[in-house]
Design a protein around this ligand. Sequence first.
Ligand code: MG
Length: 400
Amino acid sequence: MLHLDLDSFFVSVERKHHSELKNKPVIVGGMGDRGVVASCSYETRKFGVRSGMPMKIARRLCPHAVYIKGNASIYTKESHLVTEIIKNQVPLFEKASVDEFYADLTGMDRFFGIERFAKELREGIIKESGLPISVGLSQNKVVSKIATGEVKPDAMSVIRLGEEKQFLAPLDVNKIPMIGDKTFQLLMGLGVYKVKTLQEMPVEVLEGVLGKNGRTIWKRAQGIDHTPIIPFHDRKSISNERTFHRDTTDVTRLHATLVAMTESLAFQLRRGNKLTSNISVKIRYSDFQTSTLQVKIPYTSADHILIPKAEELFKKLYNRRVLIRLIGVKLSGLVGGHYQINLFDDSEKMLSLYHSLDRIKDKYGERSVVRAVSMGAKTIGRMRNPFDGEPPIVLAHRNQ
Ligand SMILES: [Mg+2]
């Protein structure tokens, strides 16, 4: 399994388009009072700058850096470009996020030698895309990902079969994916700092402390992982559509339905930690004439970006004076990733808004908080209509 990760992706894209930024400390993020660092060059990291950090703190730590407001549409284009390069070389790969991939190279060694192939793939990506990328090669996804992280930036790491434990032993425990801040604090409280200590603990002890995750973490510490590649699919999508009981031209109602469907899909994206790069809207008239319009968009899962797009497409589509029978919204080109990618305006405020909204939805149901405009459309989403006891007419369709 090969793990590929573009180095400080947003910064590298900015440098590709503005060569004067090369070798300078660069920070990309939101420029407002409450902006967050989305990506920072390696020169800034020695001052303690990290992605996810409030811009205010970054400015204090590294005042001489060049600060750039992020541009999601350029990053999306570059992400698509790298995806195409990989797709042309490797039949089976996963796009784990906008800047991160896994490739299954099983069976290639007979022809090439896996290491040589991985090396040439990395060099090919750098040459064709102009973006630095690091790769890690081992028997499984977890070890490869950790290997990439250790060797970054602009390098390749190979962990051969049987060397996994030895490679992991000296690392800090939070290098293991799955060990977040909470688990890390807990382990440190127990005096467990290094993976070596985890390796030597009986699995039952770890299970006792961490519950069912304990066993997985213990296995990962030993370098064992059997997670398969989730093959990348351009057509991977989620959709929502609604047939009206009585065909309608009630614009307010149509609009409310459209917004509710889009809200519901965006929430599902965020729940599944996904981003979309393509939105389409469908209308079916009472005479069954159906038309669809779609548009490519920068990767997002934010309502305030998706809803205006849906409205814009609907306005363009709805051009006959005929009753409408059905409307639908579809989001495709899905990849894994957080919604920070296009929240460069006052992002901290926006992030916490989405965070709170999604928490309430998780707890009380998807329709517990909705936009005022979509309140008329009570049956969209997975929650039953509390007012009539009927099951929802619309359920989201999922296509692999
Ligand atoms: Mg990266």
